[in-house]
Ligand binder design. Structure first.
Ligand code: TXA
Ligand code: MG
Length: 350
């Protein structure tokens, strides 16, 4: 039986100690971070790490990221840190970033799937920090979801999917950001963004570093193509509903959607639109169309917080066809569009 501990208002010290010994002894604990929830295990215990892959049904070639509470713990697992990496660490940690660094030998091979690098993250969320600090060991943790599903950002979705697959679930309320961390790697003195997130290219430019988006941020990986991050190849976030994404352009999005609806109305029993609050009025009176609003135009923080919850709702409501409104590919909008494009299998209407 999975135990549920409520740390929303107060981290109870006996329960925290129990969480820490569970992880140290090789158990699995779901814990909140500011990005999404993670399924955590002792990163230096190979058998515990194996349990994560099993619980998620995760492909064995997709490495896990390792969570640390401070710089000392970071230096216990990563080595040969160069000036640029050091600057990223000092500027953005703790926070919603994962930096790919050379790994030390104590990290077992199954954490990194045989790579000689390891993704390091130092979360800012208070509960996450307390958990890692009290455990005293680095924690390997992928997002809390079954492989291929949207990452868990709230306790209802997590209980639905992971009850009885882990030892403890910590309820820390809704995640602030709602999208996974920005994953970066330094290559030839440039910062390459492998997965966009709350830390944007502009944020990295502002600290004086050169930054580039990986070529696969907005496009699919072809068979056999070599990728910098194994996670890029795997199917992700896709709801059961056939989904299309409408390119952001506030002037004619609504008419584009009406055309798509006309073409598809008769083909599906259940249709949904995920879109802006401002556009609800055009669709709410239409019969058989469910309108799910994810935020106001331009409120990217709110939209990012809601996306995964809404994608899950499509499956729960047995929606067969879904139209999603896109946002501008700028700032946090880059991360939002990266997730939405994948959810729609790159089916974008321009
Ligand atoms: O916000 C987050 O990053 C959350 C929370 C729980 O911290 N975690 C998370 O983990 O999203 P996961 O496993 O769902 O995504 C980690 C991504 C994957 O795409 C993986 O391929 C990539 O990071 N990754 C991990 N280690 C890597 C490495 N050594 N080289 C390149 N990519 C790596
Ligand atoms: Mg994930």
């Amino acid at each position: 039986m999975t135990k549920i501990y409520d740390f929303k208002n107060n981290i109870e010290s006996n329960e925290l100690r129990e969480v820490a010994s569970c992880i140290r002894d090789g158990g699995l604990v779901v814990f909140p971070t500011e990005t999404v929830y993670g399924i955590g295990a002792n990163a230096i215990n190979k058998d515990a790490v194996n349990k994560i892959f099993k619980a998620k049904g995760r492909p064995s070639d997709n490495p896990l990221i390792v969570h640390v509470s401070d710089k000392k713990m970071l230096n216990d697992v990563a080595k040969d840190i160069n000036k640029i990496e050091e600057k990223l660490i000092n500027s953005f940690m703790p926070g919603p970033i994962t930096i790919i660094l050379n790994k030390k030998k104590n990290i077992p091979d199954n954490v990194t799937c045989g790579l000689n690098t390891v993704g390091i993250r130092m979360p800012e969320n208070k509960i996450a920090r307390e958990v890692i600090k009290t455990c005293g060991v680095p924690i390997a943790a992928p997002s809390a979801n079954i492989s291929g599903k949207p990452s868990g950002t709230n306790i209802e979705d997590i209980k639905d999917e992971l009850s009885n697959k882990v030892d403890i679930i910590i309820d820390g309320g809704n995640c602030d950001i709602g999208l996974e961390s920005t994953v970066v790697k330094v290559k030839e003195n440039k910062v390459i963004i492998l997965r966009p997130g709350k830390v944007t290219p502009e944020d990295i430019r502002k600290i004086g570093l050169e930054v580039k988006l990986d070529t696969h941020i907005f496009s699919d990986v072809k068979n056999e193509e070599k990728v910098e991050s194994p996670g890029m190849k795997h199917r992700h976030y896709a709801p059961k509903a056939k989904s299309v994404l409408v390119d952001f352009n506030n002037d004619d999005m609504v008419s584009k959607i009406i055309n798509i609806l006309k073409e598809n109305m008769k083909k599906y029993n259940s249709i949904a639109i995920i879109g802006f609050e401002e556009h609800r009025k055009y669709f709410e009176k239409m019969e058989n169309i469910k309108y799910l609003e994810f935020g106001r135009i331009g409120d990217l923080d709110q939209i990012s917080r809601n996306i995964f919850k809404m994608l899950r709702k499509l499956d729960r409501d047995k929606v067969e066809f879904c139209i999603i409104e896109g946002v501008e590919k700028k700032g946090l909008g880059i991360a939002i569009m990266n997730r939405l494009l994948r959810a729609c299998s790159y089916n974008e209407i321009k």
